[in-house]
Write a protein that binds this ligand. Structure first.
Ligand code: ADP
Ligand code: ZN
Length: 217
């Protein structure tokens, strides 16, 4: 079956890292709303200009902008063989809009992976996170260090720390997650779609578990 997957969980739970792994292993399109927004901000597009202040301060970008952005992305051809939504939906309004959007084309989400991770672990991971501004690869100064400090293994660009990965903003993002995004677990549980995995586990352990869930779709 074509896998149409939503990844849920707090920032820093590992959604992006695992989505990239699943994209490589299964060739399923990786749709990260955060990556799309950051690319728009870097290019200074009208969407990027509207989203910049929200993204950099860890607040949610307004639903209408996000929903339109996802609608456009899901109409691209590479998503026909399935996709992994990473960072979307983030509010119940977004989840309902997604459902309506998919109903119109007789489609639906068939798996929701919920990454349960403790706030303490998440803060430690985000504080140490470094990203490649060129190819979006993710590293961690202790847990996933690049071969050469500060340099991307894949494309040799200099790694950066995201503006929203500083401690005060991380705490704001966690608060937003608990208030706005966590209710989605129940939303999707009522549709029988949720598989909860332990986001505190190591990358290897989680990869094996995720593969099992996807093979069962
Ligand atoms: P993380 O999961 O590490 O917090 P993301 O890259 O998913 O980070 O998102 C970064 C920022 O982009 C969010 O803090 C928010 O400002 C914005 N954003 C991403 N996805 C959404 C969304 N679905 N709805 C609203 N804002 C979003
Ligand atoms: Zn790179």
């Amino acid at each position: 079956m074509v896998a149409r997957i939503v990844l849920l969980g707090p920032p820093g739970a590992g959604k992006g890292t695992h989505a990239k792994f699943l994209n490589k292993k299964y060739g399923i399109a990786h749709v990260s709303t955060g990556d799309i927004l950051r690319a728009n901000i870097a290019e200074g597009t009208p969407l990027g200009q509207k989203a910049k202040a929200y993204v950099e301060s860890g607040q949610l970008v307004p639903d209408d902008l996000i929903i339109e952005m996802v609608r456009a992305r899901l109409s691209e051809k590479d998503t026909q063989n399935g996709y992994i939504l990473d960072g979307f939906p983030r509010t119940v309004e977004q989840a309902k809009a997604l459902e309506t959007m998919l109903e119109k084309i007789k489609s639906k989400i068939n798996l929701v992976i919920n990454f349960a991770a403790d706030d303490g672990i998440v803060v430690e991971r985000l504080c140490g996170r470094r990203v490649c501004p060129n190819c979006n690869a993710n590293y961690h100064i202790k847990n996933i260090p690049p071969k050469k400090a500060g340099i991307c293994d894949d494309c040799s660009s200099s790694l950066i720390q995201r503006k929203d990965d500083h401690e005060a903003t991380i705490l704001d993002r966690l608060k937003v997650y608990h208030e706005r995004t966590k209710p989605l677990i129940e939303f999707y549980q009522s549709r029988g779609l949720v598989r909860t995995v332990n986001g505190n586990a190591t990358i290897d352990v989680l990869q094996a578990e995720l593969a099992k869930h996807i093979d069962s779709v």
